[in-house]
Write a protein that binds this ligand. Structure first.
Ligand code: ADP
Length: 242
């Protein structure tokens, strides 16, 4: 959708004062829920996301079991109060799609073959939504899985980039997502840069795509450091309490 508002000015400043490569502020806390095996609370700009991980445990019903590996069930849910006009509660096409792509991304880093016939449930609850919730959800899921002690090759991380008023920028905010030209959410395994999720909404030329992809990957590395700090903080405070 095109808007009359200018999303980026002639100095490259965006509506919220960010430069093209800047991310919105991010806060991550690991281990916030006592009954879950692992959990994470994350704020990213105006997004607020809570993730709870359960498992690995025996997959039920039994016909859902895979004899060779664990199944990963990520369930993305947006709270009715998370958006301006109350959202109809329950799953819809969009949340099913996001759950599927996040499950597939997480399966690429979790050592599922260590847990045949098991299930790992990753519940992603979006409490406040302001664009980029799938990236926020996947990033929080990575921390919650690490908090649960689930063996992984790496902590998965996600960040988007996109195009607004013809400029390629990192991490679109709400107006930028609504009125921008394209959005490119990316998730990677940051040690190897293997891409585990890549989606695109809107149109980009090949040059713009390459630029947006690089910005998103750079963003992933920035977020990855915040993830690692959140996990370290949790274990430091746990060892101090002993
Ligand atoms: P993402 O949140 O990963 O960017 P989308 O591009 O589908 O996913 O959504 C962009 C934003 O649009 C969301 O973050 C949210 O702020 C808003 N949005 C999504 N679904 C709804 C809905 N059903 N009602 C109102 N706003 C919504």
């Amino acid at each position: 959708m095109k808007s009359d508002i200018e999303l980026i000015d002639s100095n490259g400043k965006r509506l919220d004062g960010r430069g093209p490569e800047d991310l919105r502020p991010i806060k991550i806390e690991a281990g916030v829920l006592h009954r879950a095996d692992g959990s994470c609370y994350l704020e990213w700009g105006g997004n607020k996301v809570l993730v709870a991980v359960y498992g690995p445990r025996e997959a039920i019903p039994r016909h859902s079991q895979n004899p060779l590996r664990a199944i990963v069930n990520a369930k993305y849910n947006m709270a009715a109060f998370s958006v301006e006009d109350r959202k109809r509660p329950g799953p819809d096409r969009r949340s099913r799609e996001i759950s599927k792509v996040i499950s597939e991304a997480l399966e690429k880093v979790i050592l599922t073959e260590q847990f045949p016939r098991a299930a790992i449930d990753v519940n992603i609850e979006v409490l406040d939504a302001e664009a980029g919730t799938r990236c926020a959800g996947l990033t929080a899921a990575g921390v919650a899985l690490a908090d649960a002690g689930i063996p992984m090759t790496d902590i998965p991380v996600s960040c988007a980039a996109g195009k607004i008023d013809g400029h390629v920028v990192a991490d679109l905010g709400k107006e930028e997502d609504n009125f921008g030209d394209a959005d490119l959410p990316v998730a990677i395994s940051p040690r190897t840069d293997e891409v585990i999720l890549l989606q695109m909404d809107g149109h980009l030329t090949l040059d713009e795509f390459n630029k947006a992809f690089d910005l998103a990957v750079n963003g992933c590395h920035v977020v990855s450091e915040i993830q690692k700090k959140a996990i370290l903080d949790k274990y430091q405070s746990a060892s101090e309490a002993e």
